[in-house]
Design a protein around this ligand. Sequence first.
Ligand code: PYC
Length: 414
Amino acid sequence: MPYRLLKFGLERAYSAPRMFRSPPTLRDSYDVVIIGGGGHGLAAAHYLAHEHGIRDVAVLEQRYIGHGGTGRNTAIIRSNYLTEEGARFYEFSVDLYRDLSRALDFNLFYSERGHFTLAHTPASLRTQRWRAEVNKHLGIDSEVVDPAFIKETIPEIDLTCGGHQPPIVGALYHPPGAIARHDAVAWAYARGADQGGVEIHQQTSVTGIEIADGKVAGVHTDRGFIKTRKVLSAVAGWTPQIQRMVGLRTPLTVHPLQALVTEPYKPWLDAIVVSASLHTYVSQSSRGELVAGASLDPYELTSMRSTLDFAEGLAGHMMDLFPFLGHVNVLRQWAGLCDMTPDFSPIMGTTPVGGFYIDAGWGTWGFKASPVCGYTMAHTVATGEDHELIRAFNLARFGGFELVGEKGAASVGH
Ligand code: PYC
């Protein structure tokens, strides 16, 4: 037995350094309070400390870090969006992701696989062409490919879908499409923030936000009151509860999104395969598991329970694409909460409440945005001005009817 392991086993106290400190006390004032210890909130804390020198920051997480969307997604990263605003924003995120393991000195298992959005109808192929043109215009690697290319790259796929669905007539192919270890993104940003001096308080719920003269004055928590003039809300599906505390209106609705993972198998699926028509997306993790998901649950609900209905429906569609999967066992299922906007773009930046900043409306694509959200929200909180990459996503766009329609870039049926 290696000596180090023996020493570890016999040690009475856990001696290895912790990933981040757990401060014993919550202080009564901070320069900035971030609500939500997911990838977005932790990344914002990290960039506030390291890019802007703002270190007097508390991240408040009602459960444990990564308990929300960060730990409940299917870990897909891509930038093949439909609008110029969306594509630029996600391209910046992909750029940050590519170097993130090195920058945070933490292996995120970032793995570029190539991302296929399958089209089963001429109408869907038209949308994929549109996306390809927008992407190419912005220097993003995307192109429409024919069924022969799809079959050559993914030999296991059944282009006819067994005759149960319309056949595959082409796809949008996005070579930089990637997957990563989602929990590691939260852990790495938490460690980076902690090293920058940020305090991370888990098991700490926000119960109210104090507003005086239209500006943030403090935050009530179940561990006491904190005086602060800046609050960033990065809580995705819990945004409606927080927005009520500051009297903001948003058009968000919250729906569960379910996913599952199978037993591990030898590697056979290199690409990420998405069919919005079949409401199915699947990739194979570095552990060999198939990670797959479907569309949103069709009702508003703030609950993270799983249903048999979802597993049955998804299994059927996975077998339409890969008929040999009939014998594969499901290991576990889970659900996350999606805060949906009418135009499928996020709500980010400054708000009419002074010192209250919002990072919400993530719908089904929040994980891939973690680095860019952290980066741009840190800028926005530090300067009080929306970062130029997120200006189009300000809450005010709904009042001015300036929507940023991204539905055509969804991997998920809605
Ligand atoms: O937008 O890539 C995506 C996605 C995959 C699963 C859910 N959303």
